[in-house]
Design a protein around this ligand. Structure first.
Ligand code: IMP
Length: 427
């Protein structure tokens, strides 16, 4: 009866894939519960590098069940390409279960994603990944979405696809966009539906049964809590909720099964896309961090914006996700930075505050208040325990734990599986 949720505490790209893959070694089941191929997880092992967008990170573990839950939006073409990429890399057996209630991303969602961004003023653009995520969740909320169970039933799929394209083609015409051909999409996607069918099941029933049987389940969030539609930096967010609180709704699992919530944070901060980011800076040190940390998007290749670690953000995530432990990633990237800044609070209109204002107008006025911590020069990529870290790196981790009020259970000093130091066993 044990469920552990892996939550990104910042704006995504914190290294959740690495920790999920690490925990997956001891788990029976790995579940992706929201988002789609807007996410990007890089997993490195045995000298091979795999970029996963949709498939749960446990896919490399032969004996683990990988679940794509109902809260996801799935591009079937992208998913099958990912399975093919894995096959090419030598992963040939897939223990995969896809929820019959997840929603399908279709070509019109991708056109709409681009079109809606194009129509916005520059400073209003969200900077989406243009994978059709927002429009697919919009259809879900509008009750015209096509779910996996509809998709694998050719009659239902054809009817819904026809209805939706009748509607969206009118919009495309209005905005001077090329109309999409229903029959051509139907024929192409029928093949994808056939290939997907063997994996489709009611994953809510499956997961509850596995948890009742005392199986260990890792719930893998995509993106980060600050991109949550409800609790993030709205409107510069994604269209789902990557928090631990969303797991029961997004998987059909009872909340009583969530025992641990591990918050993944970089030792600094990054953000891609638009939206204010209080601790952002752009100088030689930011450049150094971007290059050493390979801070370029896995999905879009965009350079990531760099900032200092922000404990107001981490406390916000702790509150909304009930973090029970922290995993601090990319600590090695900070080697050689002379002085580290840690944001402890904000100043808003002359007042010191300890929360993230809901209003973007107010948030943009927040000035970070920093605590300085001296850096270290040593290469720490081969460190295997806490006492092996330079004193200032130890101080940095201890200070983060103290300021956030959550213990550091794991820290990471490099991309490989072996460069993961566990201070407290979580599973
Ligand atoms: P969307 O999810 O493509 O609609 O994009 C909405 C916002 O979330 C944009 O600012 C994206 O850059 C951001 N975003 C979406 N997925 C990720 C991710 O996996 N990592 C980081 N940012 C993301």
């Amino acid at each position: 009866m044990s469920g552990i949720v892996v939550v990104g505490t910042q704006w995504g790209d914190e290294g959740k894939g690495k920790i999920t893959d690490f925990l997956a070694g001891k788990a029976d089941v790995i579940v992706r519960f929201q988002g789609g191929n807007n996410a990007g997880h890089t997993i490195v092992f045995d000298g091979k590098k795999f970029a996963l967008h949709l498939i749960p990170s446990g896919i490399f573990r032969k004996d683990a069940i990988n679940v794509m839950a109902n809260g996801m939006v799935i591009n079937p073409k992208a998913m099958l390409e990912e399975l093919e990429m894995l096959k090419q890399g030598g992963v040939t057996e897939f223990n995969l279960a896809i929820s019959d209630r997840a929603h399908i991303i279709l070509p019109y969602h991708i056109v709409l994603d681009g079109m809606l961004e194009e129509l916005k003023e520059d400073n209003k653009k969200v900077g989406t990944t243009k994978k059709g995520i927002g429009p697919t969740y919009t259809d879900k909320a509008s009750r015209i979405g096509i779910r996996v169970c509809d998709f694998v039933d050719d009659e239902v799929f054809k009817e819904k696809l026809t209805d939706n394209l009748n509607y969206y083609n009118k919009i495309f015409k209005l905005f001077g966009k090329e109309e999409l051909n229903t029959e051509a999409i139907y024929q192409e996607y029928l093949e994808y539906a056939e290939a997907m069918k063997p994996y489709v099941t009611d994953t809510g029933v499956l997961l509850n049964r596995l948890l009742e049987d005392d199986k260990k389940v890792v719930f893998e969030g995509a993106q980060g809590a600050l991109l949550c539609m409800d609790h993030g930096t709205y409107p510069f967010v994604t269209s789902s909720s990557p928090t631990a609180a969303s797991v029961p709704v997004n998987t059909g699992v009872s909340p009583k099964y969530i025992n641990e919530v591990i918050g993944i944070t970089k030792a600094y901060s990054t953000r891609v896309g638009s939206g204010f980011f209080a601790t952002e800076f752009d100088d030689d040190v930011a450049h150094q961090i971007r290059e050493v940390g390979h801070e370029y998007g896995t999905t879009t290749g965009r350079p990531r914006r760099i900032g200092w670690i922000d404990t107001v953000v981490l406390r916000h995530t702790k509150r909304i996700s009930g973090l029970t432990a922290l995993s601090v990633m990319l600590l090695d990237v900070l080697s050689g930075v002379k002085t580290l800044q840690v944001c402890v609070a904000y100043k808003l209109n002359g007042e010191i505050i300890d929360y993230m204002p809901a209003s973007i107008k107010d948030y943009e006025k927040c000035i970070p208040i920093y605590m300085e911590i001296p850096g270290w020069d040593e290469d720490i990529t081969k460190v295997t325990n806490f006492s092996g870290l330079p004193v200032n790196a130890q101080l940095y981790l201890n200070k983060l734990a103290e300021l956030v009020g959550v213990e550091v259970a794991i820290f990471s000093v490099g991309p490989d599986r072996t460069q993961t130091v566990v201070l407290k066993e979580l599973i």
